[in-house]
Design a protein around this ligand. Structure first.
Ligand code: PMP
Length: 455
């Protein structure tokens, strides 16, 4: 395959001797999966040790916004590196974390005035879950200990985040270790009836949430969900009306709303935050991935004054939120985040993305006529193509056939990194992609789909 020549080979051998890779059956590297050692990145491109380039159409697990080795972010991190690389954030502070907190609270939905930091998306979810639970205890409502989550949701891999998620592949084996959550059917619009609009379907599905809230509000701390797109859940999407209804119902039932914008935040859905499309303000908003433009591990949980106030007390009352991570609010990561927000401000990014997403959608929808494509769906800069064995009945391909893997391999041979989730091919490119590069990515996906569905 392209790029797998001698100088890559030695890195591959050394890697496979010691590195245990994430989300991987390592035996696949014997035959199914090539291992690609990357020497450098530039813009949308990743380059291996033989100079073969791969267009990063999945933003390296949805983190990268403005390209690899972005000169402006590089400069900001370099400058910070000479000043302060890391300092304990308990009792001490630093300029990047102060400025970042000022910036985030200024651009987030109004009323999210407090920032708590961690260093990855799962940890942000843990923080939000613990904070919500702890809030209710602090205000004398200790019976509110449970969480409501959606089917097909994903919130990360640590035990609390895994518990509130619902992708069986990642969760099933660990069930004995996980807290019991209340799971409500997702408003996923792939399941809408023929002729039903996204809004109608999402509204109809909300009846399950309303029923769960009616039954469980007295024992429920929060509802957690991914606004608009269930990314790891095969990029299934729903209408903003669901979030509007949920905000109103959470207020009425006195239950918190946790918006996990780890994947959809920072422009992926077309607006800076997905919640904006419903005009709502969650009680907790989890951010990571694009927060640093995919440069360094950092996450933030934004919350409100009333939540903050419930923890603000005399030390001896032991009401404080005693949660910490060593690298909380790391200055280098904050500097990358500030540089990324600066690019949003100066480069009219959301406006530019509107043209890019229109082009991406237009080209991707050409795949809709394919006999094994059931749907092409889009929300902003996220586009997904759902493959099925039989179009009329929407019968899926059995997962054991690993059709997506064939597309992955084909795309690599054409210099594109696509990473289908099961039977769903998706595009979530860095915002520095050009229309011509979008054409290439979609063409390669089309070829891959042909290959993967020809038998
Ligand atoms: N929440 C969502 C919605 C995610 O998509 C992810 C990661 N894919 C996470 C949480 C977990 O983030 P991390 O991998 O940084 O722990």
């Amino acid at each position: 395959m392209a790029g797998m020549s001698s100088s890559n080979t030695s890195y591959v051998a050394r890697d496979l001797a010691h590195v245990w890779h994430p989300c991987t059956q390592m035996k696949d590297h014997e035959q199914q999966l090539p291992m690609i050692p990357i020497r450098r990145g530039e813009g949308v491109w990743l380059e291996d040790f033989e100079g073969v380039r791969y267009l990063d159409a999945v933003s390296s697990w949805w983190v990268n916004l403005f390209g690899h080795a972005n000169p402006r972010i590089n400069a900001a991190v370099r400058e910070q590196l000479d000043r302060l690389e890391q300092v304990i954030l308990a009792g001490f502070t630093h300029e990047p974390v102060i400025r970042l907190s000022e910036s985030l609270t200024a651009i987030a939905p109004q009323g999210l005035t407090r920032c708590f930091y961690a260093d990855n998306g799962s940890s942000a979810v843990e923080v939000a879950v613990k904070m919500s639970f702890h809030y209710w205890r602090n205000v004398g409502r200790g019976a509110k200990t449970r969480f409501i989550a959606l089917s097909n949701s994903y919130h990360g891999e640590t035990l609390g985040a895994l518990a509130v998620g619902n992708v069986e592949l990642y969760k099933a084996i660990y069930k004995p270790l996980l807290m019991d959550v209340i799971t409500v059917p997702s408003p996923d619009c792939f399941e809408r009836e023929p002729g039903e609009s996204w809004a109608e379907h999402s509204r109809r599905k909300f009846t399950h949430m309303e029923a769960a809230l009616q039954k469980h509000a007295h024992e429920t701390a929060a509802v957690i969900l991914e606004p608009l797109v269930q990314c790891a859940g095969s990029m299934r999407m729903y209408d903003p009306v669901y979030l509007e209804l949920l905000r109103e119902a959470c207020d009425r039932h006195e239950v918190h709303l946790i918006a996990d914008e780890v994947a959809v935040g920072f422009g992926r859905t077309g607006t800076l935050f997905a919640c904006e499309q419903a005009g709502i303000r969650p009680d907790f908003m989890c951010l990571s991935k694009g927060l640093t433009s995919g440069y360094l591990p950092l996450s933030a949980v934004l919350t409100t004054e009333p939540v903050y106030a419930a923890f603000y007390d005399e030390y001896v009352k032991l009401n404080a939120f005693l949660h910490s991570h060593s690298f909380t609010g790391n200055p280098l990561a904050c500097a990358a985040a500030l540089a990324s927000l600066d690019i949003f401000r100066t480069d009219n990014v959301l406006e530019r993305n509107r043209a890019l997403s229109a082009h991406l959608g237009l080209r991707a929808r050409e795949l809709e006529s394919h006999p094994h494509v059931a749907e092409v769906r889009q929300r902003g800069m996220i586009v997904a193509v759902e493959l099925v064995r039989e179009k009329a009945t929407r019968q899926p391909y059995p997962w054991q056939e690993r059709r997506g893997l064939r597309i992955y391999r084909h795309a690599l041979s054409r210099g594109v990194l696509l990473r289908p989730i099961g039977n769903v091919v998706y595009f979530m490119p860095p915002y520095v992609i050009t229309p011509e590069q979008i054409d290439l990515v979609v063409e390669v996906a089309r070829e891959g789909i042909e290959l993967a569905t020809c038998d």
